[in-house]
Design a protein. Structure first.
Length: 141
């Protein structure tokens, strides 16, 4: 299967996902102190980018939960999370109102790029080891 098809299938699965009521409640309760915390340290402008980065990474973890047993997946997620740190710290963010459509667009692009990276890494890693019980000639070349 091609990378484009993998990403399309993952995007379709992501569109069908819904948060249960208790998850929304937990996000609200644990997210309430964040504005105060960021304001206390004088970096209120970083609150929304950090919150969105954590949300996109968390959504990716839930979407790709079948890959949790694989070490390459966790290594890739660690690299993706560490790439978000300089993006949040070094891009000049504003504490002013930003249209929700702009935020959704940035998060969607971030999500699609991460899906593509995970698919590429998965193909590279799993392509080196033949599936168990495989007799396909290309696995022996």
């Amino acid at each position: 299967m091609s990378l484009a098809n993998d990403v399309k299938i993952d995007i379709k699965a992501a569109k069908k996902m819904r948060l249960p009521w208790w998850a929304v409640l937990c996000l609200l309760v644990f997210g309430m102190p964040l504005p105060w915390l960021f304001d206390h340290f004088g970096r209120l402008d970083l609150m929304l980018p950090v919150w969105n980065s954590v949300a996109v990474l968390g959504f990716m973890l839930v979407l790709k939960r079948k890959l949790w047993p694989h070490a390459w997946f966790w290594a890739t997620m660690a690299v993706l999370a560490s790439v978000h740190v300089p993006l949040v710290l070094f891009i000049p963010w504003t504490s002013r109102w930003v249209p929700a459509l702009v935020i959704a667009g940035i998060d969607s692009i971030d999500f699609c790029v991460m899906l593509w990276i995970i698919s590429v890494v998965g193909k590279l890693v799993e392509g080196t080891n033949p599936p168990e019980g495989s007799t396909h000639p290309k696995h022996y070349a």
